[in-house]
Design a protein around this ligand. Structure first.
Ligand SMILES: Cc1cc2nc3c(=O)[nH]c(=O)nc-3n(C[C@H](O)[C@H](O)[C@H](O)COP(=O)(O)OP(=O)(O)OC[C@H]3O[C@@H](n4cnc5c(N)ncnc54)[C@H](O)[C@@H]3O)c2cc1C
Length: 417
């Protein structure tokens, strides 16, 4: 079933009877060539690219809930390639290029909107850091434009420029940054994978990983045992728990990250904006809601809802930056479980167990990584070698200390990532 303008016209004229479910609802088979644990963005894109780029179609994605119920459907949808350090910058650049062709590739409207992202700075020192970041982005082949105060004012006239504590000095504009509709990304990849023969199995929790003589032989699930020699683990906030099924202890802590949306308003915010003096970022959804978020809850937890002190903190930062936001009514807030690594960068690697591949540690930045992660992880699973754009995401960097990709320069303080 291909989507097109002509198809919509035809269906509209014939009572919309020709639409089919976007993916099948198959029973699990007894055995697959590969199993992906976790049907979030990373699991679905991995399955899609395994089938599309590597011809592996006898595979299943096992999802304990429903497609889109995890972080892939809970994030603030920011897509960007403005990373500074080697290791991250080439990977996110690769991912953004995939985003730019994604809707055509998937034949699915994921509402990718390159509306521009502006990171604000509020001191000379912060400007220097953003100049360096911008230069690194340009060297990587991405786009960055340094704006002075008046340049920011032209784009974002409604900000509080003269706030006595945090006056705005300028901003770094990343024109190709923007947003996408999060759950449509999951649905698009699910449909694309299903069309190529991948079984997407919802309500199927993996409860154990079978290992014999140092190699995986299958998984135990809430719907029975399934054999396989290759497992890709893409379970985001549950990475520590699922890895423990294989006897592994990962350098990962799970923390809740909250987000908020207001009632629908007329268009008021055209860009994605990130405050430089507090953890606060905001954009406006196509439905009109102001979507914004802040920092992690500072303690580890598996809850999917947050706490009041963090809500207060985020609202304060929003009011400081753009007092007009106080007029809007917050409609709802929610949380997702973040898989935080000590250096704030992901892990895409083989494990010491033959056939067990790890994809985790996306912290609070893994939505923009969805296409890139699927492309490089499928490469690793299919060929056994690292993709050229993801050679830095090795697990052993946390043991040896070599190759740490500490993007924010915050060392091992998770709450400062
Ligand atoms: C509030 C919030 C805001 C965010 N904002 C952004 C942003 O603006 N930009 C950005 O780039 N990133 C953002 N992120 C981060 C991003 O959403 C995540 O890094 C990314 O979605 C994680 O990968 P995923 O999509 O595969 O995770 P998920 O969608 O969580 O997928 C993992 C899946 O594994 C399943 N699972 C777990 N255990 C098992 C099991 N035992 N058996 C079977 N299935 C299992 C879960 O049910 C889940 O569906 C944000 C996250 C949150 C919560």
């Amino acid at each position: 079933m291909r989507f097109s303008g002509l198809r919509i016209l035809k269906e509209g004229l014939t009572g919309n009877k020709g639409w089919r479910a976007h993916w099948r609802d198959p029973e699990p088979k007894a055995e697959y060539d590969a199993i992906i644990i976790g049907g979030g963005g990373h699991g679905l894109s991995t399955a899609y690219y395994l089938a599309k780029n590597h011809g592996m179609t006898n595979i299943a994605v096992l999802e304990k809930g429903y497609i889109g119920g995890g972080n892939v459907g809970r994030n603030t949808t920011i897509v960007r390639a403005n990373y500074f350090l080697n290791g991250n910058s080439e990977f996110y650049s690769h991912s953004l290029k995939l985003w730019e062709g994604l809707e055509e590739d998937l034949n699915y409207n994921v509402m990718h909107s390159q509306r521009g992202l502006i990171n604000l700075f509020h001191s000379d020192g912060q400007r220097d850091a953003f100049v360096r970041r911008g230069n690194a982005m340009v060297n990587q082949g991405d786009d960055a434009i340094l704006l002075d105060r008046e340049g920011v004012r032209k784009h974002l006239p409604y900000l509080d420029f003269d706030n006595v504590r945090f006056p705005i000095y300028g901003g770094l504009l990343h024109p190709r940054g923007g947003t996408a509709r999060h759950d449509a990304v999951a649905w698009g990849f699910a449909r694309g994978a299903d069309m190529r023969g991948v079984d997407i199995i919802q309500n199927c929790e993996v409860t154990g990983i079978d290992i014999e003589n140092g190699a995986v032989t299958g998984v135990q699930t809430s719907r029975g045992a399934i054999k396989t020699k290759k497992i890709g683990m893409t379970v985001a906030g549950r990475s520590g728990q699922v890895a423990a099924m294989a006897g592994m202890r990962l350098p990962i802590e799970s923390h809740v990250l909250q987000a908020f949306v207001t009632e629908g308003l007329k268009p008021v915010i055209d860009h994605v904006i990130s405050f430089g003096m507090g953890h606060f970022y905001i954009s406006q959804s196509d439905k009109g809601g102001l979507v914004f978020g802040g920092d992690l809850d500072f303690y580890a937890s598996y809850a999917q809802r947050g706490n009041l002190p963090m809500k207060e903190h985020v609202m304060e930062a929003g009011m400081t930056l753009m007092p007009m936001i106080g007029e809007a009514k917050v409609l709802r807030s929610w949380g997702g479980i973040m898989d935080m690594t000590p250096d704030g960068s992901p892990i895409i690697d083989k494990s010491h167990i033959d056939g067990l591949f790890l994809n985790c540690g996306w912290c609070y930045g893994g939505f923009k990584a969805v296409p890139g992660s699927g492309s490089v992880f499928s490469h690793l699973m299919a060929t056994g070698t690292h993709h050229s754009e993801a050679t830095g995401f090795r697990l052993d960097r946390f043991r040896t200390g070599v190759g740490i990709i500490d993007e924010e320069g915050t060392g091992s303080q998770h709450n400062l990532h």
